[in-house]
Design a protein around this ligand. Structure first.
Ligand code: ZN
Length: 257
């Protein structure tokens, strides 16, 4: 039997009913934008959703309320840091963004997490920060860097989560198959899915990856789990994941193909 779909980056209301989350039929990584949102989400006890500790680079409030000690306290309870990063189109001054991002990277260098990083119009700057403060378990989400930047990111040990929108921009040509992960970035990255857009629905992304690499969807699904198993192994944060997901990752460590 195939493991469930993986969605490495989705925005979900932290007050969603537990049954609605289970009904998605997917393992979903819920990105939060502020520490307050993270604090609310981390009170939940879901087995198919992993809630992140985030500080969205383009959110004024996220920076205003950022406190590295509070970030550390929340991140002690979660294997997922998301979302963090830099945004070159945001109103928040880039200096402020860099200060917050660097403080978070300092924490993650000591205590790695599955880390989903935003780099809209700031791909080179994000790589500069990661070069200055390398971390394990970094995922560049909705990555739109060029070939040279992608090579730099691969050398830095990054993974890449791709969505329905980014695969249409040709990123699959640039990213090695063993560094790929699927995401929706619901409700932003999956707009082209129309009425079927929902967290965890990565079917069109899996199809695109399959078409690009000439693999059927079941193989793609297993590969995505095995990529996540590699990432979690690198970040050594498995103990913070819900037990069913930990077991699935152990089963996925050696793909049968
Ligand atoms: Zn996001």
């Amino acid at each position: 039997m195939s493991p469930p779909p993986l969605d490495l980056h989705a925005h979900i209301d932290a007050a969603i009913a537990a049954n609605d989350l289970m009904a998605l039929g997917a393992v979903v990584f819920g990105a939060t934008r502020t520490l307050d949102e993270a604090a609310q989400a981390l009170q939940r006890d879901d087995v198919t959703a992993i809630w992140g500790v985030g500080c969205h680079p383009a959110e004024v409030r996220a920076h205003r309320d950022f406190d590295p000690r509070r970030f550390a306290a929340l991140a002690a309870e979660s294997p997922f840091a998301s979302e963090i990063g830099l945004d070159g189109a945001a109103k928040v001054p880039i200096e402020t963004q860099r200060e917050t991002f660097e403080a978070i990277l300092n924490f993650l260098a000591e205590k790695p997490r599955i880390t989903s990083i935003h780099s809209y119009r700031a791909t080179a700057e994000v790589l500069n920060c990661l070069e200055a403060q390398p971390i394990r378990g970094a995922i560049l989400h909705w990555w739109l860097g060029d070939a040279e930047q992608t090579t730099r990111a691969v050398e830095l040990g990054c993974w890449f989560s791709v969505n329905a929108s980014s695969v249409r921009r040709g990123v699959l040509k640039l990213i090695p198959l063993d560094r790929l992960l699927p995401e929706t970035d619901h409700p932003f990255g999956d707009r082209s899915n129309g009425k079927s857009a929902r967290p965890g629905n990565v079917a069109s992304v899996e199809r695109s990856i399959g078409a690009h690499h000439n693999l059927d969807s079941a193989v793609v699904r297993n590969l995505m789990w095995s990529n996540l198993a590699d990432l979690v192994g690198a970040a050594r944060c498995a103990s913070l994941l819900p037990r069913p997901i930990r077991l699935q990752l152990m089963a996925s460590s050696h793909p049968a193909f």
